[in-house]
Design a protein around this ligand. Structure first.
Ligand SMILES: [Zn+2]
Length: 99
């Protein structure tokens, strides 16, 4: 069951993520602020950041990861997907589903 607070938080995170993506080319520092807000909402309300958003936030520099702008995706040995932040160089690895 999804609580009311949780639902509102998730909606806010989605809006903030959209804003962060839009602001990235124009105003990276504002974009970063939005990402920080997403993280703050998450910790303050103990609501997890939805997976589809969390995968696209850089843990190190707090920028949204947008393909061709701040994100480079590589597939390694058909087993892993590597997300690399083009701003700070931080890498994240996701295992591909088997089968
Ligand atoms: Zn980064």
């Amino acid at each position: 069951m999804v609580g009311k607070v949780e639902k509102i938080c998730r909606e806010r995170m989605r809006i903030l993520f959209k804003l962060a993506s839009e602001e990235l080319p124009r105003n990276p520092s504002r974009s970063r602020r939005y990402v920080e807000l997403i993280k703050r909402i998450s910790t303050k309300n103990r609501v997890r950041i939805p997976k589809d958003i969390k995968s696209f936030l850089c843990k190190q520099c707090n920028l949204p990861l947008i393909p061709l702008k701040t994100l480079k995706v590589r597939i390694k040995k058909r087993k892993y997907v590597i997300y690399r932040c083009l701003n700070c160089g931080a890498c994240r690895r996701f295992q591909l589903m088997k089968g």
